[in-house]
Design a protein. Structure first.
Ligand SMILES: *Cc1c(COP(=O)(O)O)cnc(C)c1O
Length: 355
């Protein structure tokens, strides 16, 4: 019989609707250039697909170590950082000890706790979406693990480093999920390399390689080797290992340039959105923008979809009513979104007045 714990779970919600302009999953809007994809295809062709891949991903780890400026021994690889979130929820503390999660945030932290039946301590962020330190310190007594998305998804801001450290001082193992590191430049890497109670998560998903499913945990060697014990032995496929290696070496300049373009576009998009009446845009250090309008989020979401633009409705999360999240796209996609947003707001304003 299936466990009640599992029957109670809600499946992770992804956006499946079709649209020409897809700005719903915080992917990099640029695919690798054709010549580089040709190189990847060429190398993948050489893979003996009847063979298991290198379980320790040695060559890929060398490349990642260089790319992220750490040592291979500091890295544990995951099939996306999502898998590492599972591993950490299994490995840190005991299963009857709670996990602290400041909300609203990335749903995988809660999902991993629910799968394991671990208690959760959810503390709502304050009005500027920063950690509510006083309330957090009151409730972290029985907590052994904390997750911070840094910058936070979907609010886009960076939490106070000091507050994260103050909570950690209570004996809380601290996971800093830096999925958007390339857009923020802010990091807990030094803490992760100098302390056994802090690890950093990074991923290739938000810098153009979401299809490969490669995420990494960066930690001191003695922590990394323990977590590595529970990693499924062949969790990174052979093609992913080969493709990631090429993309991060031969494609490095391309990726870095694309990230710079997105950061520039983020600021332009934010300025343009702020000019629209009734739209409140929150500052972002990531590759997306959270915004609130006077209208129900699901109505605006479907108006945008009618105009062939897909964004993410975030109003189901605590404190985010009437909020949506738009990923920063290519300049022409952002223009299409702006036009669709303006049209949708006009339509909703007129239809409200007529009822
Ligand atoms: C997108 C995202 C991830 C997912 O990363 P994968 O490596 O694709 O599994 C993890 N954390 C946060 C905060 C994210 O927004």
């Amino acid at each position: 019989m299936l466990s009640d714990r599992i029957k109670r779970l809600k499946a992770y919600k992804t956006e499946r609707s079709r649209a020409k302009v897809r700005l719903s999953s915080n992917e990099l809007p640029y695919d690798l250039p054709e010549d580089l994809k040709g190189r990847i295809a060429e190398e993948i062709r050489k893979i003996p697909l009847n063979r298991y891949p290198d379980p320790s991903c040695e060559e890929l780890k060398e490349v990642l170590a260089d790319f992220f400026n750490v040592k291979p021994e500091n890295i544990v690889l995951g099939n996306g950082s999502d898998e590492l979130i599972y591993y950490l929820s299994i490995a840190v503390g005991e299963l009857d000890q709670a996990i602290y999660i400041p909300v609203p945030t990335f749903p995988m932290y809660e999902i991993s706790a629910d799968i394991l039946g671990r208690p959760k301590v959810l503390v709502e962020l304050d009005e500027s979406f920063d950690i509510d330190l006083d309330r957090s310190l009151e409730v972290v007594d029985k907590v052994s693990l904390a997750y911070y998305a840094y910058p936070n998804n979907p609010t886009g801001n960076i939490f106070s480093k000091e507050k994260i450290r103050r909570i950690r001082d209570k004996g809380v193992f601290t996971v800093v999920d830096e999925a958007y590191y390339h857009y923020s430049g802010e990091s807990f890497l030094e803490d992760a390399l100098s302390r056994e109670d802090t690890v950093v998560l990074r991923t290739l998903s938000k810098i153009g390689l979401a299809g490969l499913r490669v995420g990494l945990m960066i930690a001191r060697e003695e922590v990394a080797s323990e977590i590595d014990k529970i990693r499924l032995p062949f969790n990174i496929t052979y093609p992913s290992q080969v493709a990631a290696k090429i993309a991060l070496t031969e494609g490095r300049d391309f990726i870095e340039e694309a990230v710079r373009t997105v950061v520039r576009e983020r600021e332009r998009l934010r300025n343009e959105m702020e000019r629209l009446e009734g739209v409140e845009v929150f500052p972002s250090r990531a590759n997306f923008l959270l915004f609130r309008t006077p209208f129900e989020a699901d109505k605006l979401h479907s108006e945008l979809l009618k105009r062939d633009v897909l964004v993410r409705d975030m109003s189901y999360l605590p404190g985010l009513d009437r909020c949506l999240r738009v990923s920063v796209g290519k300049p022409e996609e952002n223009d299409a979104f702006l036009e669709a947003l303006e049209g949708s707001l006009q339509f909703l304003t007129t239809s409200e007045k007529s009822t």
